[in-house]
Design a binder for this molecule. Sequence first.
Ligand SMILES: [Zn+2]
Length: 122
Amino acid sequence: MTSNDERFRKQLEAERAELLETISHFEVATRQKKPGLGNHMADDGTEAFDQAAGLALHRNDEALLAEVDAALARLEKGTFGMCDRCGNEIDYARLRALPYARLCIVCQQVVEESIRGNGHRR
Ligand SMILES: [Zn+2]
């Protein structure tokens, strides 16, 4: 365990705690909602829209939490900071900005380009 690993672990754990809190707040808020009790049609519409937007954010938080968990698991295994695709070390500055990054910047670009390029194939 290097001091860098320790730093990333703290960063990831802080991120994880924050995500867990956001997610649990969302779940409490959803449970307290009483759909169908609005007095006006317009209010119901707005509420449904807010819920959909909230749900999209919620899904995003859960996906992010999974990434953070995976990164913590890689720290445990000692494979943290290695690119999933090419096995090279991920740039330190990139990890500082995005500690749960799975790919080095080169592979990230290749993957993003192939997603864009293959967008209509499936
Ligand atoms: Zn790579």
